[in-house]
Design a protein around this ligand. Structure first.
Ligand SMILES: [Zn+2]
Length: 87
């Protein structure tokens, strides 16, 4: 399973965990400290049942809220607009 988190160097000012382009941890002075924070975040996601799934509509990988959540936020918003008119 690939992680949605990445460790990036903060231009010589330590390391931090990123989720996409967003920094999700406080800066750490070493790579291994940043890794610990990344693992903690992954464990938290796992407990919440939140893993990356492919959207059934657009195929984009997105953080799912649970087994029943198979559509990304963008498609969910679009779908609810479409369905209102159909029924
Ligand atoms: Zn989608």
């Amino acid at each position: 399973m690939t992680s949605r988190y990445k460790i990036k160097s903060l231009n010589g000012r330590g390391f931090a965990v990123f989720c996409g382009r967003k920094r999700v941890s406080t800066p750490s002075s070493s790579m291994s400290m940043a890794e610990q924070k990344m693992y903690a975040l992954e464990r938290r996601d796992k407990r919440a049942g939140r893993i990356n799934r492919s959207c059934i509509t657009c195929g984009e990988s997105f953080p799912s809220d649970g087994p029943g959540n198979r559509m990304c936020k963008t498609c969910q918003a679009n779908a609810s607009e479409i369905f209102t008119g159909v029924v």
